[in-house]
Design a protein around this ligand. Sequence first.
Ligand code: ZN
Length: 322
Amino acid sequence: MTHRVPGMEEHRYQESAQPSPEGVADFHDSFKNLLVEFEVPEAERSPELAARIESLEATYKDLLTELGIDASQRTPPTAKLAVYGEKDWNAVAEAQGLEGRRCQGIAILQSGQILVSQGATADETARKLAHEMAHVLAPRTWEASLDDKGMIEEAGIKRAGFEGGPRRAFKYFNELVTETIAIEVSRRDAVRRGQDGAEVLIGGYTDGVVFLDHLLAAAGKKLGRKPRELRTGLFRGYFEGDMASLRFIEDAFGAGALKILAELRESGGKDWFVLSEAAQKIGLDDTAYFYQITIAADAGVYRLNDGTKLVRPTDGRRSSRI
Ligand SMILES: [Zn+2]
């Protein structure tokens, strides 16, 4: 049973009982506080930043439409978006419990807000926004348990994009898809703004992005399908919250492959090691992956199979995203 609360995403209640109107209002109120806390007036955005945000939003709208998704049914990510200078960002990171994690951006899935630290250049800021925007455009399903009066006792996000369930399955994999979408959107956004889009700044999760790219190429070969077509299906599944769109991975690599991907987690600077192991387990050529990632790390330039070049941002900082 699903139930919509104005201003919130789709809600799915665990119990078969209907939540009471008071229960829903109470639930909504408790999240309103979270929205107010970080609200930043539109006027504080520089004209340059406002133009970049507008362009990114238009690029996302085009992508969703191309995937057959009605973009007007999604909350525009710019409505609840804030960019902070370094000093303010430290306070935000601390308030969100992220200090010391080198985290440069966050999508608060409960409220649909995006908070990022300002990059050294407008390109770097836009690059961070591209990642977080994908998170809030993906559907989020809520789950709540009700008491005997139909009041909501406990509520939380059950699924966001591909990530979900009690053990937060596909948490890392979901980030790899998010970042791959952000790369494609950044490339298209550059073209929209009159550039060639051949180079995209490195965001986070690069070892994983290269892994996913490698996996799509190998799956395409095994299934006799174009990797680009598989990638499009993956993007559509992400924005529709459709787990069945991952089925092609088991079609290509056999039963159990999805379980291995579901259990992947970020591991500091050693993601490539964990991913090489995962590649071995699912029968993906880990030597090729290892070679690709080593050469790329040495050169500081990662090249995806579609020719997109990922290059380091000017300040060279490594950053992680949530
Ligand atoms: Zn993320």
